[in-house]
Design a binder for this molecule. Structure first.
Ligand SMILES: [Zn+2]
Length: 211
């Protein structure tokens, strides 16, 4: 009983003059689940971009490898436009989450800040992937892009735009995750929902794992 009353206070429903008794469990759950969901979700949207661009250009997908424990990839059976398909991952992988997050926020739908964190994560991750990893040998997408004729400066420019845009989206989200003046208060329902979405995606990846 005592614990549930404390957690209700942590949800901000209690009298604000009461002593602050945040329920840190839900804050940790929300932050950890949001990070993990961003990691697996980023790879799902990125591979979706390759698949979409392959279909749009007459290619044929052999398989998509998605796992929470390894880097994702899309293998193609037929790929008449490899440069176009190579761009699909990073382009769709950043623009789609950004668009959904802006829409979500505009309508003030629940947990918009989780979507906005996710969009920022996708921009940061894809930006680092193309901009920084392009300097490494045999780096999947950057290597494919450059082999097919994309100049490296374009990849670096993509990184220079995407990375700070991602950081910008993260700006001021902290209080929604119980940081600073929120003092551990988060929306418990959001924490639980994000956790279950994460579990569902990881379970689907494990069950359909194609190695
Ligand atoms: Zn890729």
């Amino acid at each position: 009983m005592e614990e549930s009353r404390k957690c209700d206070q942590a949800n901000g429903r209690a009298d604000p003059s009461q002593p602050d008794t945040p329920c840190r469990f839900f804050q940790v759950l929300l932050i950890a689940s949001t990070f993990a969901l961003s990691w697996v979700g980023m790879m799902v949207v990125h591979e979706f971009g390759h698949v979409l661009f392959a279909w749009a250009s007459g290619g044929m997908v052999a398989r998509v490898v998605l796992s929470p424990l390894e880097f994702s990839r899309t293998d193609l059976q037929k790929n008449p436009h490899p440069l176009f398909v190579a761009w699909g991952g990073a382009l769709v992988g950043t623009v789609l989450p950004l668009g959904i997050s802006l829409l979500w926020r505009a309508f003030r739908w629940p947990a918009w800040y989780v979507l906005q964190f996710f969009a920022g994560f996708c921009l940061v991750a894809n930006g680092v992937y193309l901009g920084v990893v392009s300097f490494m040998a045999n780096a999947a997408d950057p290597a494919d892009l450059m082999r097919e004729g994309a100049p490296q400066w374009v990849l670096v420019l993509f990184g220079l735009v995407a990375f700070p845009s991602g950081l910008f989206l993260w700006n001021r989200l902290g209080t929604h995750f119980g940081l600073s003046e929120a003092r551990g208060r988060v929306d418990r329902r959001v924490a639980i929902a994000v956790f279950f979405v994460l579990v569902a995606i990881v379970a689907a990846e494990i069950l359909t794992y194609a190695g």
